[in-house]
Write a protein that binds this ligand. Structure first.
Ligand code: DX5
Ligand code: ZN
Length: 247
């Protein structure tokens, strides 16, 4: 596990050491018990690479979760780096605040951003990795020229808004095309998948080209969330090792 301070120091210019690349697991605390969030975060400490925090505003998505004050409190309490997924309207206004608070990665939805390049630069300037998310029906090709501006591309494998939904296989070809775009341009860019990622689907995601895996119900629905993270990682690593894109 890498401490938040180390992550942020290495994030100067948002370029990490190559040693930090590879399969990463980011448990979504959306499926955790919100009445004791910090203890729920502790249950995956040492096993997870990130804590995925889903911020929803009941405008961009039809659900309401938590916002900056709770993220600030968590950042003071947890040692695992925080990966904020902002499912909110007007991320141009709100996203840099999450980076300034100390989140290691801040992801906005391109469908909601007014000026995605300016926003990605603002997130990086505030010391976090900049992530850009695409809903299932948003094509990746139209954003190919933006990829050098970001550190992570998040391809949603469910419609954003709720945990526990069924994985959308229909998105797998887009993951493959995104991986080809990344390889073709030799970009230092992580490819995250989020939604319905479980023991039954993670290998398909890894084979298609994902390297950062968000899992909510598959982790927090397990009796031992840390063990669930370790098992998901082992599955993803084995599938990646066998995948043509990783050779
Ligand atoms: C959904 C969220 C996800 C969600 C995933 O909009 O962005 O992060 O927590 O939950 P599972 O893994 O249960 O699909
Ligand atoms: Zn998410």
């Amino acid at each position: 596990m890498v401490a938040v301070s180390a992550m942020r120091r290495r994030c100067e210019g948002c370029r990490y050491a190559p040693g930090l690349m590879g399969v990463q697991i980011s448990p979504s605390i959306l499926s955790a018990d919100f009445s004791r969030l910090a203890e729920e975060c502790d249950r995956v400490a040492g096993a997870a690479d990130w804590l995925h925090v889903d911020v929803m505003d009941n405008h961009f998505v039809p659900n309401l979760t938590l916002g900056l004050p709770i993220v600030e409190s968590l950042l003071k309490r947890v040692s695992t780096p925080v990966d904020c997924h902002l499912m909110i309207a007007d991320p141009d206004r709100w996203a840099p605040g999450y980076a300034e608070a100390g989140a290691g990665s801040v992801t906005f939805h391109v469908e909601a951003a007014h000026a995605p390049i300016r926003l990605a630069r603002a997130i990086r300037a505030a010391g976090a990795r900049a992530g850009m998310a695409l809903k299932p029906a948003t094509d990746v090709e139209g954003y190919a020229d933006l990829l050098p501006e970001i550190d992570m591309l998040l391809i949603m494998t469910v419609e954003p808004g709720f945990g526990g939904q069924a994985f959308l296989d229909v998105v797998l070809p887009k993951i493959r095309r995104a991986r080809e775009l990344i390889a073709g341009r030799a970009l230092d860019l992580w490819l995250q998948v989020d939604g319905g990622v479980s023991a039954g689907t993670i290998e398909r995601c890894a084979e298609a080209g994902a390297d950062v895996f968000v899992a909510g119900s598959a982790v927090y629905g397990a009796d031992d969330p840390a063990e669930a993270v370790r098992r998901l990682r082992a599955q993803a690593e084995a599938a990646t090792a066998a995948a043509p894109w990783a050779k």
